[in-house]
Write a new protein. Sequence first.
Length: 95
Amino acid sequence: MHEFELACGVDGLSDFLDALGGQLDEPLAQDKIALALAALAQLGDGEEEDIEFDLRYQDAVTPVIIKAAVTHNVGPRLVFATPSEPLFEAARRLA
């Protein structure tokens, strides 16, 4: 699994996902983005959440996980993870 920390935080996650959607074969649905943001907004101290998306990139469906964790009432800290190296590189360039 390839992963990197998203410095954008929850406030910038929607913009990041919109930008990533522009690189995909099919853009991310806005309702899925809204549900992900709502779930992340509910996290309390010590809680973690994995938001999973199946994205179509370079004619293949690839899983992506946005891992979120709140520690000491700071966060959530976000990590982008995917088994696809090309999608990982494309996402990292956007972050």
